[in-house]
Design a protein around this ligand. Structure first.
Ligand code: 4AD
Ligand code: MG
Length: 461
């Protein structure tokens, strides 16, 4: 017999059906003449209750089953007298695949702290919370592809090893085959002649620059891949390795970019509510009260759009005492972003027209000469979830901006070529995938929405 997933039983099975279920035992409880097993197979947050009667063959083995054992159970589904589930499985046969010594298996019945679970990242996917996080993560990934595919965007793959620092923040992890114990040097620099690539390379911080090359050929593209930043921010919203979704549109301006970002977020939130109803109910009850209502509200409403200058004004008039200073020309910190979206506007906000000095070289300079056509999407609890812009499509202006940023035109000749040959207005953005999973689930710490987080001082598992 083929195995049936528990999610399919819960959704559609009828009483009387014979099934084979395979999964991990969450609990065993004994009553007079029976044992009750709660089985979870990862397909749903809901366990299937199995009833093993004393009279069944191998009942002595059933009585040795403990939390964490992997089992196969064959039997018939019956209507459950309990109110918690509609169906339960009356076991005819139970096979144990693997035992889990209760003395040493760390995931026992009680609830564990997220800090403790991070130390057992290899086992935490077996808990309710992490199972739910990973299913929501999957649903979001699917909705992301769906959204762009339905609109004719071409999914492109940009390199992970690269020689360009897109954000210019100097946060790249180096990639080299040079022997670290004995780095060859010319006078005051590393000599890369003997390196695999023969030059300085690193892990990409963003696929945008290559994305722009592809958008100026294919029209609308998107990337969805891992990005790396060696920024030493030990916060609940930063990872050293995170996933980013980066659409790029030719023949598009900042307004098109904002419209896309808004439609995109609304689509993926709605898809998640629809497809992960049980997991979302869990988050709503256990992790973040009101999570469902918040998402539904966002899926149905327009985002507020303000300028950076408006934002500074709002912050200055707020009467709040912030840790970081508020002044035109300084970057918005997460506390500022959260004040604006959480307390002041109480829904997602798109902030545009940031001072040129605090944004990357590739953003289009506004006519005022002081601000650029940047847009950040801010959401409650997280702050910045999307960063994007209209791109500087004028060769001369771009060249000036690159020089001002200390980038060498020789290194980026290929990027500049897009502005020399058939340059077009274009725009795009980057969505932080983990921050999105955090926002949807209400999980406090970004380390708990990716299976194996990489953060300063931590790359175990
Ligand atoms: O704002 P960022 O740095 O924008 C870019 O990289 C652009 N090149 C994107 C583009 O226009 N194609 O990063 C984009 C988003 C942020 O808004 C944030 O959500 C997320 O990526 N992000 C991080 N997420 C987790 N850990 C980090 N260290 C992150 N840094 C940025
Ligand atoms: Mg940003």
């Amino acid at each position: 017999m083929k195995r049936t997933r528990i999610v399919d039983i819960l959704r559609a099975a009828a009483p009387g059906t014979e099934v084979l279920v395979k999964g991990w035992v969450r609990t065993r409880r004994d009553a007079k003449g029976f044992s009750f097993l709660e089985i979870n197979d990862g397909s749903s947050i809901t366990n299937l209750q199995v009833i093993a009667a004393e009279a069944m063959p191998g009942y002595d083995i059933v009585q040795r089953i403990t939390t964490g054992c992997s089992v196969a159970v064959a039997g018939a589904l019956t209507e459950s007298p309990g109110t918690r589930q509609a169906l339960e499985l009356h076991a005819a046969e139970i096979t144990v695949y693997g035992w889990a010594d209760p003395e040493s298996y760390p995931l026992q019945k009680k609830r564990h702290s997220f800090e403790f679970l991070r130390e057992i990242a290899h086992l935490r996917p077996r808990t309710n919370t992490f199972g739910a996080v990973l299913r929501v993560r999957n649903a979001l990934a699917r909705a992301i592809h769906e959204f762009f595919q339905d609109r004719g965007f071409v999914y492109v793959h940009t390199p992970i090893i690269t020689a360009s620092d897109c954000e210019g923040a100097g946060e790249m992890f180096a990639v080299t085959t040079l022997k670290l114990e004995d780095i060859p040097r010319t006078k005051d620099c590393v000599d890369y002649a003997g390196d695999f690539f023969g030059r300085k390379t690193g892990l990409t911080v963003s696929g945008q620059l290559e994305g722009e090359l592809l958008a100026t050929a294919l029209g609308d593209i998107y990337t969805f891949g891992p990005t790396f930043r060696a920024e030493n921010s030990n916060t609940s919203r930063h990872l050293a390795e995170f996933w980013m979704v980066e659409p790029e549109m030719a023949f598009a301006d900042i307004t098109d970019d904002m419209d896309l970002a808004e439609d995109f977020l609304r689509h993926i939130f709605a898809a998640c509510l629809e497809r992960c109803a049980d997991d979302m109910a869990f988050f709503d009850e256990r992790v973040q009260r009101g999570a469902i209502e918040t998402l539904r509200g966002i899926a149905d409403s327009r985002f507020e759009r303000i300028t950076y200058t408006d934002a500074i004004d709002m912050l200055e008039k707020s009467g709040e005492s912030f840790e970081y200073p508020v002044k035109w020309g300084l970057d918005l910190q997460s506390e500022h972003e959260r004040y604006i979206t959480e307390k002041k506007i109480k829904k997602p906000v798109i902030v545009i027209d940031y001072p040129r000095e605090i944004k990357a070289f590739y953003m289009k300079l506004n006519d005022d000469g002081r601000t650029v056509r940047a847009m950040d999407v801010l959401v409650p609890r997280i702050g910045e979830i999307i960063g994007g812009s209209e791109r500087e499509d004028r060769y001369d202006v771009l060249l000036d901006r690159m020089r001002a940023a200390g980038l060498s035109a020789e290194d980026y000749w290929w990027y500049l070529d897009t502005r020399r040959f058939g340059s077009v207005p274009h725009a795009g953005f980057g969505l932080g995938f983990e921050r999105t999973v955090q926002f949807v689930t209400g999980m406090q710490n970004i380390r708990d929405v990716i299976p194996f987080p990489r953060t300063p001082g931590s790359a175990a598992f």
